[in-house]
Design a protein around this ligand. Structure first.
Ligand code: SAM
Ligand code: DTB
Ligand code: SF4
Length: 323
């Protein structure tokens, strides 16, 4: 049997095969990704998630891309408190009224304490009560914490692998790749859906991009939700001047992710303010079917909501129906 067919059947992907996908002629690759997409998803639907930073900045981790790390000099406002429940409910309600289906709350923590988790759990319950799907991203989880979140009704936990194991040490030194895999296992074991992806444009090679996708696709099972971020180059971070990745290379990354994780919901995540409408349309063509929806990501800008509504309208795309 052809190597690629074996990988599809066994669900075990290698960097060599994934590189072969990357090397296909662009139109063949996007066409194949669109075929896979149509076999698994409603082709004109897009999932909408709104992000809120519930605790911003002063993070002890040294992730080289991140404006919230205290290791970098990025001029974030000096407000490190956890958001109040009422503020969260107001933002979630506004997001819901604008058409968001999921509300994702992010905290710049290495790992939450039990007390911090108590507060987040209240937020999860309150957002769920609004009839929205919930997602949180709080860093690494310790024993029992994923179970507590599950009990509160959390739908998704976001924790990214960010890049390939080989390139990882260039980007983060304060937690290991294995730490991330352990948190993902804890989330999976607790019965919470996994949201896990990475970043393109950290200065990695194509082989390393393939390495990230292989790691994601070989998780058993692969994540339900896969955010692909294009690096937002923030002044003061060590990656502020890294050259942008070629647009077609980014689209190829989406297409390959779609082919090797056919049922995942693939989010065209950070970095959309730098993308033209036509590039975003190419990403949808290549199998992206989710976006962050709202004027801000965590600390950086996202396209204005009205602009996104207009883009989706022009493309004849509509919000996905919650299952
Ligand atoms: N502190 C938690 C953690 O790292 O798990 C949660 C929040 S953290 C900001 C979530 C993810 O946002 C990171 O894993 C990374 O993939 C993404 N991210 C952060 N800064 C970014 C940037 N400048 N450009 C693109 N993606 C970024
Ligand atoms: C993800 O993969 N991307 C989001 C979310 N998960 C938490 C965060 C993007 C952050 C971009 C930089 C910022 O706004 O601080
Ligand atoms: Fe902290 Fe998360 Fe940013 Fe890393 S990505 S510095 S852990 S907020």
């Amino acid at each position: 049997m052809e190597a690629m067919a074996v990988e599809r059947e066994t669900g075990f992907w290698t960097v060599t095969t994934v590189l072969r996908l990357y090397e296909m002629p662009f139109l063949d690759l996007v066409h194949r990704a669109q075929e896979v997409h149509r076999a698994h998803h409603s082709p004109n639907e897009v999932q909408l998630s709104t992000l809120m930073s519930i605790k911003t900045g002063a993070c002890t981790e040294d992730c080289a891309y991140c404006p919230q790390s205290k290791h970098h000099d990025t001029q974030l406002a000096d407000d490190q408190r956890l958001a109040k429940l009422q503020e969260v409910v107001e933002e979630a309600r506004a997001a819901r009224d604008q058409g968001a289906q999921r509300f994702c709350m992010g905290a710049a923590w290495r790992s939450p304490t039990e007390r911090q988790l108590d507060d987040v759990i209240e937020m999860v319950r309150a957002v769920k009560a609004l009839g929205m799907e919930t997602c949180v991203t709080l860093g690494m989880l310790k024993d029992g914490q994923a179970e507590r979140l599950k009990e509160a009704g959390l739908d998704y936990y976001n924790h990214n692998l960010d890049t390939s194991p080989e390139f990882y040490g260039n980007i983060i030194t304060t937690r290991t790749y294995q730490d991330r895999l352990d948190t993902l296992d804890a989330v999976r074991d607790a019965g919470i859906k996994v949201c896990c992806g990475g970043i393109v444009g950290l200065g990695e090679s194509r082989r390393e991009r393939a390495g990230l996708l292989v790691q994601l696709a070989n998780l058993k099972p692969y994540p339900e939700s896969v955010p692909i971020n294009n690096l937002v180059r923030v002044e003061g971070t060590p990656l502020a001047d890294v050259p942008a990745v070629d647009e077609f290379e980014f689209v190829r990354t989406i297409a390959v992710a779609r082919i090797i994780m056919p049922a995942a919901v693939l989010r065209l995540s950070a970095g959309r303010t730098e993308m033209s409408d036509s590039m975003q349309a190419l990403c949808f063509m290549a199998g992206a079917n989710s976006i962050f929806y709202g004027d801000e990501l965590l600390t950086t800008a996202n396209p204005q909501q009205a602009k996104d509504k207009h883009l989706l309208e022009r493309l004849g795309m509509r919000p996905a129906v919650l299952s």
